[in-house]
Design a protein around this ligand. Sequence first.
Ligand SMILES: [Zn+2]
Ligand SMILES: [Zn+2]
Length: 694
Amino acid sequence: MSTSTSPNSASPPTSTYLDTSSLRRSWRRGATPPPNLDVVQWAERFRRLSKESSNGGKFITAKVEVARGPMLWATEPGVSKMTLMACTQLLKTTVIENITGRFIHVDPCPILGVLPKDDAAETFSKDRLAPMIRDTKVLLELFGEAKSRDAAATLTHKQFPGGHITLVGANSPTNLAMRPIRLLVCDEIDKYPLSAGGEGPPIDLAEERQAEFKTNSLTVLACSPTVAGRSAIEASYEESDQRKAFVLCPHCPTWQPLEWEQVKFDKDDDGKIIVASARYECIACERPWSEAQRLAALRTIEWRQTRGFTCCGEKQVPEQWAPLAHGVRRALCRCCGTLAVSNDHAGGQASKLYAPKQTIRETVAKFARALRRGPEALRTFFNTQLARTWREGVDAPEWKDVYARRDDYLSGTVSHGALILFGGVDVQKDRLEVSIWGFGRNRERWLVEHRVLTGDTARPAVWSELAALFDETWEHASGAEMAVRDWGIDSSAFTDVVYAFVRSQAGRGNIHAIDGQDSYSNIFLGLGTKDANPRGRKIRRGLKTVRVGVSLAKQELMSCLGLQRPAAGAAFPAGFVHLPRDVSEDGVQQLTAEELVVSLSRGKTRREWVPIGGRRNEWLDCPNYARGLAAMRGWDRWRETQWRTLEDALGIRPQSVAPAIEVVAPAVIAGSLADRNMKRSVRRSVARKGPARW
Ligand SMILES: [Zn+2]
Ligand SMILES: [Zn+2]
């Protein structure tokens, strides 16, 4: 499918290539460089795959047809930058290696390869570059030649006739700024530090080295994306001409990029994905494609520019394209028919839906597994399988929406569905904020009461009031009186005071010091023994703290507060948070007072809950302590028998209970997060630009 129109792509006699000794002679005479092949032609003629990465043998583009376009763009006239936002193990490495090999051999020049860190650069040299050189005869000849002359050849710096290749870590500014380069290849760019040793963004530093080669330099950026709005590869793709790989429906004449939204599957009665039902459906005729039909469709891929543009006074989304040339069909204005989108920056996105070796069912099985494992796994699925960014966490829902859908019960009473109570206490200098929460089936929970006990927490009075509260009971809708199963008091501030108080209540056996952790791994993180004597030595049989992943608990709560109230008579969605009719507006504002802010710090993603516009947020902390205690007692795993036992203990008859649906905790959150990410991607076309990192 080579469509190169370059006059230079005419094939030379093969003997020129195989007769390496004459080739060497010709370099010594400084003449006859190998003719200007494009990357596909070069790879199919010269490249030998290494045993390390495949079965070895000749490189055949048709085996990864989706990589053909990106390989051709490297010599597409006009292209000076290429961005590959791709899933893992599909085309990035192939394209990078073949571009590099082709330039070394055919169009030698100074080459710089940038990887996140120095050790990654060394690994790339050992695991990728060295095997490619060893197994690709023409390259071995070139480097063999170089070696004898250049004793200084190292793992990360190798010379060849007419150029050199240097591999550096994005963390070392001196290496980045070393010498002029023409071909710059940056891999795994989302893992780069924001600044290389305080001297600026690594890619900026590296691109400055290309100044000498302004007219014929090329930059290749590759990565699978990460977090929306913070992903360097996403920002770069959005600046590009946004190429997508179109394939033809086997049933109708519609060319389309393969999108996750068109992957359909059924669910069983428990809401679990039936992997065997997974299929791709045409966006136009909606008929399913068999796996064989998908594979057939993948044999003919047309990369097309999809970036919107303005021409002839009209805002347009590409609908017409020029014929295929250099691996791309460029967008045409529908009025005047001219090329409408610059190709200076070519960008391609490709997901596992283009992988011949991964079936749609396998992709959906991975999705189902990620859904079960929770948000982190789901993020990885979006990034590494779909080549899409992941929108982090959840925004706080609008407090007015939450307030509007409160329940009918009154504060201080326990609704029928709430069968066990937990209390969370937040400690401030001048008061204690106390929330009592009821937990029930279907992961639903109820705010029973929020109380503020005023008084200097350095003095005993307010603590006596709290101790008195421990003796209170709350009336269940059935008439039974309920005590709180466990109380948790935050010990992150005023630690000594809290420990002393908790120790004084040891006799009760259900008063705990909460140690809130900024963790997303679990809500209950186990018991800790933080208690120490004044010298810092641990006290044997000291007080145990309950370690709670408050960040995850907040994320879950926000997600659950965002759930809609069902129509009258319908069952509540799993995880629904019930609030009493007389809850205060201020209370609801506090419950929704924080939003998740994601930032990058030293190359690492940092997620932080930050108060919105200076709202108070004590209400928001209390439910997370109660939630941690519920997790500690096993709420997340309880089945119908446990609920029956609780009802028996209360002496109440179960309401006509619908058969309990097993809902795994992370699935509730993950499901709603997945939905949000889908919705976002539908809206994507309305170009939302993340802050660029360079
Ligand atoms: Zn169709
Ligand atoms: Zn026009």
